[in-house]
Design a protein around this ligand. Structure first.
Ligand SMILES: Nc1ncnc2c1ncn2[C@@H]1O[C@H](COP(=O)(O)OP(=O)(O)OP(=O)(O)O)[C@@H](O)[C@H]1O
Ligand SMILES: O=P(O)(O)OC[C@H]1O[C@](O)(CO)[C@@H](O)[C@@H]1O
Ligand SMILES: [Mg+2]
Length: 567
């Protein structure tokens, strides 16, 4: 293995900082090769298997602090939690924080699973400490090995004794099929695998940490909850008060926090983790990403997504039946997807009855040559019926322009969307009325029905594995968001999943497949296509402050045009 670095925050020396900022403005900090100073003992320990050395960002290592801050999309304050290790052939490990980063003398214990009758027979149950998962699996002969994440799974030694653990579980954001399954499997996994008996449920999202009683959860109390939709703990938006939340965690002696929720929730989890670290507490924070929109970066797919796509078929089928049974019938189905149109795209591809799919990532227009209305007219003339699927975030610019409403937000600061389904229905009706052409349109909005159902069989298994991976990571002392990366469970740093959003790439093959299955126009000019390609090319993942030029290249490479999502 070649050298590896753990990035630590700059020394808290204001005088030094001022001096650093006054020095050369134009230098490229990434172009600098940094000779690492001798590693403090605890930093080496924290790096575990990677024989890491530690880089404290200081005058000696980075003379141009301001340029460094500007060049990075991760703030200097966050650099304290970024752990990058480099290996041979461009190998980069983007590691997750560990308890020993701030509690270097934390004791370890043998994993109780080694005596568990079910698991002790597995040939190699514990994962190798060196195991990592590549972010990019499509490579060329000359490719660098690129960015990797720490592989999830049980470790030989853990950082908590069973009766020391006080775990809590919270669900935040919108509903998603599978929430109850994750809660159930966290409770049962902690109890059955690690003999943990103190497990609490936080009610109604983040605000429940400081405004409600904690519920006691046992395998018995959660036994059949996976058969129900929703979350037995309740959920909410807004109410994230980091200080109050961590005060409560500290006062109640909680040392494992399991946080299930979407991109906003994972941002909240990161804030909680940072506050815990600031206070020097022995607490693991484990995020389990939940998003029916499938918009969380890095991970292959979020739990509940398959269930949502499957349920969407029922709405599309109904729209198809309605459309086929009328003269010039149109069935219009609105599906969820605030910024990302994955449900709409996959539901369309699965159904084959859809003639047009509209998503937020692909702008469209109504009138004139190549517009939506012209396409609908053509389709009705050819087929006498058609089905349109629209993601709720599509065409928001068009409605805003025609209704000139002011933007509103929910309690978490998310933009409240205008009803594109209703707006389209009126527009289409008006158009055919003015053309004196007979038609019928049936608008189906199944959005809340889709996310309120229990998860299907494959999502149930996925939820179980995610919950188990989260437990193993927390017991091993890590703080992270857990997720499937190229089919393998991995521990992903919070900053990675919160700094970008997963979106449908309209320059990928999947969207081309959709266009060819529906035969709809792309609504894009050559200029739009070129711009989209350029946006994809320029979209680089966040670059942690202080990474070397060599590492920076690997981050660039991992965002290059041939993405994993292209099948
Ligand atoms: N930047 C942030 N920092 C701290 N907390 C946040 C942040 N963004 C959101 N949160 C908190 O996370 C919780 C959930 O956020 P949000 O309502 O955006 O849902 P989400 O997790 O993104 O899920 P969904 O996919 O349903 O939108 C809220 O309680 C909100 O206050
Ligand atoms: O009405 P609510 O609960 O705020 O949720 C609506 C939003 O939640 C999501 O389902 C994400 O969870 C979005 O697709 C949707 O815009
Ligand atoms: Mg969100």
């Amino acid at each position: 293995m070649a050298s590896s670095h753990i990035i630590l925050p700059p020394d808290d020396d204001e005088e030094e900082q001022r001096r650093l900022e006054e020095e050369g403005e134009d230098e490229d900090p990434w172009a600098r090769s940094v000779p690492p100073p001798a590693a403090p003992e605890h930093a080496v320990k924290a790096s575990l298997p990677f024989s890491a050395t530690c880089v404290r960002i200081s005058r000696d290592s980075y003379p141009n602090l301001r340029a460094l801050r500007n060049a990075s999309s991760v703030s200097l304050a966050d650099a304290a939690y970024v752990k990058i290790s480099e290996g041979d052939f461009g190998y980069v490990l983007d590691d997750v924080p560990h308890l020993t980063d701030h509690l270097p003398d934390a004791p370890t214990y043998p994993n109780p699973l080694q005596d568990h009758p079910a698991y002790s027979t597995v040939k190699q149950y514990f994962v190798n400490e060196d195991d990592t998962v590549p972010q990019k699996v499509v490579v060329q002969k000359s490719s660098r090995r690129g960015v990797h994440f720490r592989r999830a799974g049980p470790r030989q030694r853990v950082y908590f004794e069973s009766d020391e653990v006080k775990a809590c579980i919270v669900t935040c954001g919108g509903l998603c099929p599978g929430l109850n399954t994750v809660i159930r499997e966290l409770v049962c996994g902690l109890s059955h695998m690690y003999n943990v008996s103190k497990i609490y449920g936080i009610q109604n999202g983040y605000k429940g940490f400081y405004s409600s009683n904690y519920l006691t959860l046992t395998p018995k109390s959660v036994d059949d909850i996976h058969k129900r939709g929703g979350t037995v703990l309740g959920t909410s938006r807004g109410g994230h008060d980091t200080k109050k939340i961590v005060d409560n965690i500290q006062d109640r002696g909680i040392n494992q926090v399991y946080i299930i929720g979407g991109d906003g929730t994972q941002k909240g989890a990161y804030e909680i983790f940072k506050e815990i670290r600031k206070r020097g507490l022995k607490v693991s924070v484990a995020g389990v990403p939940k998003t029916i929109d499938n918009d969380i970066a890095i991970i292959d797919k979020s739990f509940g997504f398959d269930t949502a796509v499957e349920e969407a078929q029922r709405a599309i089928d109904s729209a198809h039946v309605e459309a086929c049974s009328a003269e010039n019938g149109i069935g219009l189905v609105k599906l969820m997807g605030r910024y990302s149109g994955f449900i709409a795209m996959y539901a369309t591809l699965a159904s084959r009855d859809v003639d047009c799919c509209l998503i937020p990532e692909s702008p469209f227009y109504m009138d004139g040559e190549g517009g939506l209305l012209q396409y609908i007219e053509k389709r009705l003339k050819e087929n006498k019926h058609m089905v349109i699927v629209v993601a709720e975030g599509a065409g928001q610019d068009l409605i805003a322009k025609s209704l000139s409403t002011s933007e509103q937000q929910d309690a978490s600061g998310n933009k409240l969307l205008l009803d594109i389904g209703l707006w389209l229905t009126h527009k289409i009706k008006d158009h055919f009325k003015s053309k004196k052409m007979e038609m019928t349109i049936k608008y189906i909005d199944p959005t809340y029905m889709i996310r309120a159902i229990p998860s299907n069989a494959s999502d149930n298994v996925y939820c179980t594995l995610l919950a188990h991976s989260a437990i193993h990571g927390a017991m091993a002392g890590y703080s992270f968001t857990v997720g499937n990366v190229n089919g393998r469970h991995a521990y992903i740093p919070f900053y990675r999943v919160t700094s970008t959003r997963n979106k449908v790439k309209i320059t990928d093959r999947m969207w081309a497949r959709l266009l060819s299955s529906t035969n709809q126009p792309s609504f894009l000019s050559q200029k739009d296509i070129d711009e989209a390609k350029e946006t994809d090319r320029m979209a680089k993942p966040p670059l942690p402050t202080g990474v070397s030029h060599h590492v920076a290249n690997s981050f660039d490479q991992s965002a290059s045009s041939s993405s994993n999502s292209e099948i």
